[in-house]
Design a protein around this ligand. Structure first.
Ligand code: DGJ
Length: 739
């Protein structure tokens, strides 16, 4: 049983083959944290964290005067506010009298089989109750009359615990919930490195690892979206941990709006990790009896380094976060017209592109921005989802059918959450965007954000979209979102509920996506936000793949895809091969190396095929057909990072299928150097006793080695790579084995 309650020790032990998470209720009834780490089969310590007064500036809670107990020095699961723990707390309330002091103590527990969905929120799930078990701890402050249910789910066969909290007002007067985090873990030491993913537009997820020192370290978004600036992710790693060894604790928040992660090291060298919705611009009035449900935090623990953490996230997200028909289905090779045409296209140009695309093996056409209203640039028409008849005089349906007649499926770009001032929708509803009345609205890309916290606003956009989707054979939607929130006010909400707007917006977005994806289960959705501006687990629940970056330079992508793979599997990343010189950075790279980067995820093309020579088209066709041969391996195999482009001149990824019969190495050299050291690379995840045939793309060279030899000795890979930005592809397959 993965969750046990030890009555004698008053301890809860969540335990599976990989990890243990132990909580103890001591005499004082505060819910204390005992241990999170590698599995301990049976735990017999009781009250082990030394109960000794540590400092005179750490007050004792009422009723414990003169004892050694101070909330400031113990390890806790649900720390309160303004009651003697001077670290950051899990929650904050403003009570009817205007003060904030409260603390939770333990009331009771329940252990359930399985895992419940969170109402209105995306979350990881189970397909049978035997996959996971759930502990619910009830806590409250009986004087302040607020309470919470702390929910912990442990998966039986994954190194994963998920957390969420439901806060409740148990009193008769309203209270305001000012901060409602989903998780607190208190570690009893501070010997950690912190791994984070800061970024910017076209430069998403730049990995950074620093040793944790004293003080409060905050990773957050205040942009109304999870954002390009920071992924809702944090990992704490032991300093010696690397890709393949050492303790790693990964935390990833299943939410698409403002978030806050805190790693706080106190003077006792204890580390508190907190995460949840950002209290910035947040305040939730709870009437008597009302509850507030937080989104889910996913926690992965492994003693085997970052790669094991990533594989745990990959498998969980592929199988128990993503949903729908495409969850387990191979994804099509697509062409997107954006970088080829931008806004400048017509039916003829699109059809010419589609025809060429079909001839080289592309399966899906995606018509990007500019097909609606009178949109010729980014200054108009968002909110008017009707066909631009000047560009498409025979209508969208006609174009889609013509593309289908060419043998391609048809996909369409939308940016449903946005409104242009120059739109019929804005003229009809000048208060439907997020704004503060009487205060000037900031614009981003010359657009405003529709107030998706309001049902009537969502309903209007839903009606516009379904009018198209019910008529036009659309099999793919790229859902874009190109600016972040400012002046977050809603004309649909009274003054005392304005601070609910940014969270209600995200709830509204989820409600919309739920409706849309249920109504069109055959449509494959791509999540996009000017690249990866909202590539997070919340959106991935509704849309099984995301545009990884607007930066399509393959060698910038090497880093971006490498970092993205820390948490998302290749099948969730869209990687389109684009022109050289590259539109974003002007770099010139070979087609083969660009193809190798794109073929390491969901392969697509963003090129003007109508201007390519036959030789270039033939080369592209070769890559597409080669990709189709390895598509299931790349999209659904196990993924290993072997060399990091953040650490040196090379990057290397390995894909291995679930039964270890087939694999592929993608090796990248950033710059060419004279007299360079050779790189001998050890492979991973093979059958030690099996014999593998190793084949080098573009050469007839074939060799045979045992799995053990490939994993312990490996292969030399850089000696015959010439030129900057070069790639090598190596395939291996089991020819004899112990199976
Ligand atoms: C930003 C996206 O990331 C691009 O791929 C493209 O769809 C543009 N928006 C269109 O406006």
């Amino acid at each position: 049983m993965p969750i046990t309650y030890n009555k004698r020790l008053n301890q809860f032990h969540l335990c599976n083959d990989s990890l243990s998470y132990i909580i103890e209720i001591r005499e004082h009834k505060y819910v204390t944290h005992v241990y999170y780490g590698k599995r301990i089969e049976s735990f017999d310590h009781a009250g082990a964290y030394p109960d000794v007064a540590r400092a005179s500036f750490s007050p004792n809670p009422a009723g414990f005067e003169g004892t050694s107990l101070s909330l400031n020095t113990i390890l806790q699961e649900c720390p309160g506010t303004d009651t003697g723990d001077y670290r950051e707390g899990l929650a904050e309330f403003t009570f009817a009298d205007g003060t904030t002091a409260f603390n939770f103590t333990y009331d009771g527990y329940e252990i359930r089989k399985g895992k419940e969905p969170l109402p209105g929120l995306p979350s990881t799930y189970v397909e049978g109750d035997d996959e996971a078990d759930t502990l619910v701890l009830s806590v409250s402050d009986t004087v302040r009359k607020v309470g919470a249910q702390l929910t912990y789910t442990i998966y039986r066969a994954r190194p994963v615990v998920t957390r969420s909290v439901s806060y409740v007002n148990n009193g008769t007067a309203p209270v305001r919930l000012d901060k409602a985090l989903s998780m607190c873990v208190d570690f009893d030491d501070a010997d950690f490195d912190l791994l984070q993913m800061p970024g910017e537009w076209a430069s998403e997820k730049q990995l950074k690892r620093d040793h944790l020192s004293n003080g409060v370290h905050v990773l957050e978004s205040r942009r109304g979206a999870s954002s390009v600036a920071q992924q809702p992710f944090m990992a704490l790693m032991r300093p010696h941990a690397d890709e393949f060894q050492g303790d790693v604790y990964g935390f990833h928040f299943v939410y698409s709006g403002n978030f806050r992660f805190v790693a706080q090291v106190d003077p006792f060298q204890q580390t508190r990790v907190l995460g949840g919705i950002n209290p910035f611009n947040f305040g939730w009035r709870l009437e008597a009896g009302q509850r507030f449900q937080t989104p889910e935090m996913v926690m992965v623990y492994t003693d085997s380094g970052l790669n094991a953490m990533s594989q745990a996230f990959h498998d969980l997200y592929r199988r128990r976060l993503a949903r729908g028909e495409y969850r387990d289905a191979q994804r099509p090779v697509l062409i997107n017209n954006w970088e080829t045409t931008y806004f400048d296209f017509d039916e003829e140009r699109i059809l010419a592109l589609a025809k060429k695309a079909k001839a080289i093996g592309v399966e899906q056409f995606v018509l990007d921005d500019g097909w609606f209203g009178h949109r010729d640039d980014d200054h108009s028409s968002l909110g008017d989802w009707v066909t631009n008849e000047r560009k498409l005089p025979h209508g969208l349906k006609h174009l889609a059918e013509a593309i289908e007649a060419e043998g391609l499926k048809f996909g369409l770009w939308f940016e449903p959450e946005m409104i242009s001032e120059d739109s019929d929708l804005f003229r009809a509803h000048p208060d439907w965007h997020l704004h503060v009345p009487g205060y000037p609205s900031s614009k981003g890309r010359d657009q405003l954000i529709l107030d998706f916290s309001r049902q009537e606003v969502r309903d209007e956009i839903f009606a516009q979209m379904t009018a198209i989707l019910d008529e036009v054979p659309v099999s793919y939607i790229k859902w874009d979102m190109n600016r972040n929130m400012t002046e977050v006010g809603s004309a649909g909400r009274s003054a005392h509920d304005q601070l609910q707007t940014s969270h209600r917006y995200i709830l509204g977005l989820y409600e919309f996506l739920d409706r849309l994806t249920k109504r069109y289960p055959h449509i494959l959705f791509e999540n996009c936000s000017g690249g990866a501006g909202r590539f997070d687990p919340g959106m991935s629940y509704y849309m099984p793949q995301s545009w990884t970056s607007d930066n399509t330079d393959s060698f910038e992508r090497l880093r971006i895809q490498h970092a993205t793979s820390m948490i998302f599997p290749p099948v969730m990343m869209c990687a389109q091969l684009s022109e050289s010189p590259n539109d974003q950075v002007g770099r010139i790279t070979s087609l083969s190396s660009r193809a190798a980067v794109s073929m390491s995820a969901n392969f697509g093309i963003m090129m003007d095929l109508t201007r390519k020579s036959q030789a270039e088209l033939d080369e592209l066709a070769t890559y597409i057909s080669a990709y189709k041969e390895v598509r299931s391996l790349v999209q659904f195999g196990d993924f290993y990072r072997l060399l990091s482009p953040f650490d040196g001149n090379y990057g290397c990824w390995e894909f291995v299928d679930a039964v270890r019969t087939r694999g592929r190495l993608m090796f990248f050299q950033v710059l060419s150097h004279a007299s360079k050291p050779w790189v001998r690379l050890r492979l991973r995840g093979l059958e030690r006793g099996g014999t593998y045939e190793v084949a080098y793309a573009g050469s007839t060279r074939k060799e045979r080695f045992s799995g053990a030899e490939l994993m312990e000795y490996g292969l030399y890979l850089n000696h015959d790579l010439e030129g900057d930005f070069a790639a090598k592809v190596v395939d291996f397959s089991l020819v004899e084995g112990s199976f």
